[in-house]
Write a protein that binds this ligand. Structure first.
Ligand code: DP6
Length: 332
């Protein structure tokens, strides 16, 4: 028996965390130590088609224009398919074809867009019609940050204390605030330690307990700045938060050094541009690529300044975006 419903395609954005997720209180369930807040990115996208077919003898995972990398490896994808199969009570094997419009494994959160797109496409192809909350819970089990790529716009991942209570919600729609995230890609080298592995070290930092004891207050402030659209306070906090996460990484045992010379150069330039009157803040995850956050009015200038830096290989401009959605056109 072959049904058209056994095939579905989804598009999902990556997201940039303003309050970061770094450390789990439950590895298997991917329950984070703390809640986090992010914005979906309009131009960092994964498209994934999943087809369950009784004729397939094994699961087949194909990445177009990309190598499999250790953050979204084949084994993790098949484990995720198993979760969805068991939920849908089917045993059929699948073909998965996925493509990113950006380099993966360089700190641009390809696991977020990847697992969000996979969750929506695979669950629908398996005949499930899940509510948004259930989709975010399922996406979280694939990769924590992926749960924030399911709802629209600005999202909050509520840390919770069980699988059912750890999910993401939209706190503002994409058109709430016209801020821009300009990504500067400085290298397409893959990071050496994946987020999953790196996070296991968070607790070994002497500063981890300090960070975790103050994080709820930080979340409160960030939400307040978002609510009143205070860009300066917001940007300062976002930048400080990125550096605090990197302080935890750097002081882990063994230490993790994700910041590369090229990213550091841009961080210094951001500080300089600020003194010249262009308001812009940086944030970065587990890779050398760096995100610059500015208001729409400064977008052109920041783009121009970035394009004059020889180390910058590619610039991707993102607005706040909708979350994961189904597409009618399939990749195969
Ligand atoms: C630094 O979501 O990739 O980007 O749950 O193990 O897949 P796993 O980790 P992942 O970690 C993302 C870490 C981060 C910060 C963030 O996006 O909040």
């Amino acid at each position: 028996m072959k049904n058209e419903y056994m095939k579905a395609t989804a598009l999902a954005p990556s997201n940039i965390a303003f309050i970061k997720y770094w450390g789990k209180k439950n590895e298997d369930l991917r329950l984070p130590v703390n809640g986090s807040i992010s914005m979906n990115l309009s131009n960092l996208l994964t498209t994934t088609t999943v087809e369950f077919d009784p004729d397939y003898k094994k699961d087949d995972v194909i990445f177009i224009n990309d190598d499999l990398d250790h953050s979204v490896g084949e084994k993790r994808i098949i484990t995720h398919l198993d979760r969805i199969r068991s939920r849908a009570q089917i045993k059929v094997k699948a073909k998965v074809v996925s493509k990113n419009n950006f380099p993966s494994g360089t700190g641009l959160s390809s696991s977020a867009s990847g697992f969000a797109a996979l969750t929506l496409a695979a669950s629908r192809a398996a005949g499930l019609h899940l509510f948004e909350k259930e989709l975010t819970i399922l996406a979280r089990l694939g990769s924590g940050s992926a749960c924030r790529s399911i709802p629209d716009g600005f999202t909050e991942w509520l840390s919770g204390n069980s699988s059912e209570t750890s999910y993401a919600i939209s706190i503002y729609p994409p058109d709430y605030w016209d801020i821009v995230d300009i990504v500067a890609i400085v290298s397409d080298d893959k990071k050496e330690v994946s987020s999953t592995e790196g996070q296991k070290l968070a607790d070994s930092s002497a500063f981890a307990s300090l960070r975790f004891s103050k994080i709820n207050n930080k979340i409160k402030f960030l939400k307040q700045y978002l609510r009143v659209k205070n860009f300066t306070k917001f940007g300062e906090l976002v930048e400080a938060e990125a550096l605090e996460m990197h302080a935890i990484m750097m002081t882990s045992i063994p230490s993790l050094l994700y910041i590369m010379p090229e990213s550091l150069k841009i961080m210094h330039l951001v500080k300089k541009w600020m003194t010249e009157g262009y308001e812009v803040y940086f944030t970065l995850n587990t890779g050398q690529d760096i995100h610059l956050i500015c208001q729409e009015k400064n977008r052109g200038k920041i783009y121009q300044l970035l394009s004059e830096i020889s180390e910058v290989k590619q610039i991707i401009v993102n607005k706040p975006s909708k979350g994961a959605r189904l597409l009618n056109e399939h990749l195969f």
